[in-house]
Write a protein that binds this ligand. Structure first.
Ligand code: GCO
Ligand code: MG
Length: 400
């Protein structure tokens, strides 16, 4: 069997997604996600201009060799654009292999390690009372793990919370958000005390600091959150400097997660080897596909580090499908983030994966069990969009 054709589809059903479709001379096709939020067209162009011309004529069965060929052959390695492009090819090839062998991808990865993949969803409030209300509602909907974010008094438009009145500055192509570390640090322990008081301990609670703190601030916060038994404190500090986690670890036993911006094992090997984190958040799409993510997970297993893959709404249903096949099969999977897509998104990307009783299931369809309706996709053209940026009270640019 040979790859006969590949092409990139950019569509915006609710938000922008970049999808690679690979077709074979046997009539079987596969799809992969290549979405990089706010920089979508860079990956689309990398794929169309530099990767697609290399795919035609290759045997789609050779997944590992194609991965190495694209990674080593480019000479310029790693980085989000390169690795999202390789990930898209990788996902599409796993999809094809599953369809050809008439079996779901999880079966090719070793079969089921569990009955379903534990997932967490988001509660994001403008006040503590509003946040508690959301946590209660999500519990009633069957979710067993909930990420809790709430606007800290005095900080408007904070990451992970609903936007305030002045959310969009008309003169900027992106939203600017404010940041004041001391207000945030004072507020978060108060928030978790109130949430635990209201809903008890029979639900996993998570929190995302979104790369805002220094290691010593993160240690301070983690220590104050210990009594509320978080599932994890995510992205406490910017993710680039792996050794910063040593300092956090010295001060707190709150479990730590990081890595949604990581692109390969090289971004996290020290974190894992030194057991500086508990969960690695690398995703199928931004960390080189199923092929690379499996290597990250296998490397992490002896160090007691589990995966907790990024699954925000800017990762397409194709990535979610791939993450769930990986999640069902891989032994040291801890949890999967699950942010709901816009209503139009699953119409464009019909999928076999589903949620029930706190767990996600990849479904039993051959391959990844997800497709793209190209006709419908064409009705939602690319819509230029940026992530917000963040500034401190005095105007200094800070990590968003
Ligand atoms: C999360 C993430 C996201 C990212 C977003 C960037 O934990 O879900 O932090 O909200 O900010 O995916 O594109
Ligand atoms: Mg995050």
């Amino acid at each position: 069997m040979k790859i006969s054709n590949a092409r990139v589809i950019v569509t915006s059903p609710g938000r922008n997604f970049v999808t690679l479709k690979i077709e074979t001379d046997a009539g079987v096709h596969g799809i992969g996600d290549a979405t990089l939020n706010g920089r979508e067209l860079a990956v689309a162009s990398y794929l169309t201009e530099h990767v697609v011309p290399l795919l035609e004529g290759r045997d789609p069965a050779d997944i590992e060799d194609t991965w190495q060929y694209l990674y080593k052959g480019a000479y310029w390695r790693r980085g989000p654009v390169t690795m999202a492009a390789i990930a898209a090819v990788d996902m599409a090839l796993w999809d094809i292999k599953g369809k050809v062998l008439d079996t779901p991808v999880y079966n090719l990865l070793g079969g089921r390690s569990r009955r379903g993949v534990l997932c967490y969803v988001h509660a994001s409030g403008r006040s503590i009372a509003d946040t508690i209300e959301q946590v209660r509602r999500l519990r009633e909907e069957g979710y067993r793990a909930i990420r809790v974010q709430c606007v800290a008094p005095g900080i408007d438009n904070m990451y992970g919370t609903p936007r305030g009145m002045d959310g969009q500055q008309p003169d900027l192509p992106f939203v600017e958000e404010g940041w004041a570390t001391e207000k945030y640090l004072r507020f978060v322990p108060e928030l978790f005390a109130a949430v635990r008081d209201a809903v008890g301990f029979d639900v996993h609670l998570l929190h995302d600091a979104h790369h805002r703190l220094t290691p010593i601030e993160a240690g301070w916060l983690g220590k104050r959150l210990e009594d509320y038994q978080l599932f994890w404190l995510e992205d406490a500090v910017p993710a680039e400097l792996q050794e910063s986690f040593r300092l956090i670890r010295q001060h707190t036993t709150t479990p730590l997660a990081v890595g949604e911006v990581f692109n390969s094992l090289y971004d996290c090997h020290q974190l894992i080897r030194e057991q500086l984190i508990d969960y690695i958040r690398a995703s199928v799409v931004h960390a080189g596909g199923i092929t690379q993510l499996r290597k990250v997970a296998h490397f992490a297993e002896p160090y007691h580090v589990k995966t907790g893959c990024h699954g925000a709404a800017d990762l397409s249903p194709v990535t979610m499908a791939a993450a769930l096949h990986f999640g069902l099969a891989t032994h040291n999977v801890g949890i999967q983030e699950y942010a709901h897509h816009a209503e139009e998104t699953p119409e464009v990307f019909p999928h076999a994966w589903s949620f029930s009783d706190g767990y996600l299931h990849p479904g039993e369809a051959p391959g990844l069990g997800v497709d793209i309706d190209e006709k419908l996709a064409a009705r939602y053209p690319y819509d230029r969009a940026y992530l917000p940026v963040s500034r401190k009270v005095d105007g200094t640019a800070s990590s968003w």
